[in-house]
Design a protein around this ligand. Structure first.
Ligand code: PGA
Length: 256
């Protein structure tokens, strides 16, 4: 089964809305029509930039999928400072990152909360990108597979068979995020293959359709090799997505 790769730019807490507009315009200029034939590209700006980016994508008919970096699990209520999935849906967002390791580590997000967010994202007609990944201590003690398997099972809990085919999983070893240190292609492939077998165990044949991205210091130098691996269906790119030329090159590697 051929899966269309998804390359996602996670801008994190970077760029004001003017800078964000410039970046998306540069990126659109760098990419050619045929770049989108075999790959989907999403951009995930901070919340305050989503409306601006939505307007630019719409007005210039850009082919990017619009993403967010997080959302609340509830549709509305007394949650000061939070953003509802319904608000994102109204802005044409169709992909929402949930359970990024920075949120798991800094905001204490648990697998249960991530699962509730993933279900809510689906309930609002969007697709979650569910992040999983082990810390360096867990890798060094040989627990990486067990930890990641637990995150996959916990964070995808109670998704339907169709949702399990539709969801995107991002395997991002915590020690590789923002460090310039990437997992070896073999290690990344082995973990993505393991994740696929866990999905198979939950609901066959969802594993044939589910897309698994690799993330963690993906850049122009390592993207081609990583994305050529059988079980890696694209990338979640942080730092290198803030530079239009680098991100465009990462996207175009996926064609070959
Ligand atoms: P990085 O971030 O590419 O800067 O390592 C990836 C991510 O956190 O999604």
């Amino acid at each position: 089964m051929s899966r269309i790769p998804l390359i996602s730019g996670n801008w994190k807490m970077n760029l004001n809305h003017f800078e964000a507009i410039q970046l998306v315009q540069k990126l659109s200029y760098e990419l050619r029509n045929h770049d989108y034939d075999r790959v989907e590209v999403s951009v995930h700006p901070p919340f305050t930039n989503i409306r601006s980016i939505q307007t630019v994508i719409d007005a210039d008919r850009m082919k990017f999928r619009l993403g967010a970096q997080n959302c609340h699990a509830e549709t509305s209520g007394a949650f000061t400072g939070d953003i509802s999935p319904a608000m994102l849906q109204k802005l044409d967002v169709d992909l929402v990152i949930v359970g990024h390791s920075e949120r798991r580590a800094l905001s204490g997000e648990t697998n249960e909360l991530v699962a509730a967010k993933a279900r809510s994202v689906f309930a609002h007609g969007m697709t979650p990108i569910v992040c999983v990944g082990e810390t360096i201590e867990q890798r060094e003690s040989g627990e990486a597979e067990v930890i990641v398997e637990g995150q996959v099972r916990g964070s995808l809990a109670a998704l339907s068979k169709d949702q399990l085919s539709e969801v995107v999983i991002a395997y991002e070893p915590v020690w590789a995020i923002g460090t310039g240190q990437t997992a070896s292609t073999d290690d990344a492939q082995a973990m993505c293959s393991h994740i696929r077998s866990v999905v198979a165990d939950i609901h066959r044949p969802a594993e044939t359709k589910v897309r698994i991205q690799y993330g963690g210091s993906v850049n122009v130098a390592n993207a081609r090799e990583l994305m050529a691996m059988e079980d890696i269906d694209g990338a979640l790119v942080g730092g290198a997505s803030l530079e239009a030329a680098s991100f465009a090159r990462i996207v175009s590697f996926q064609e070959v």
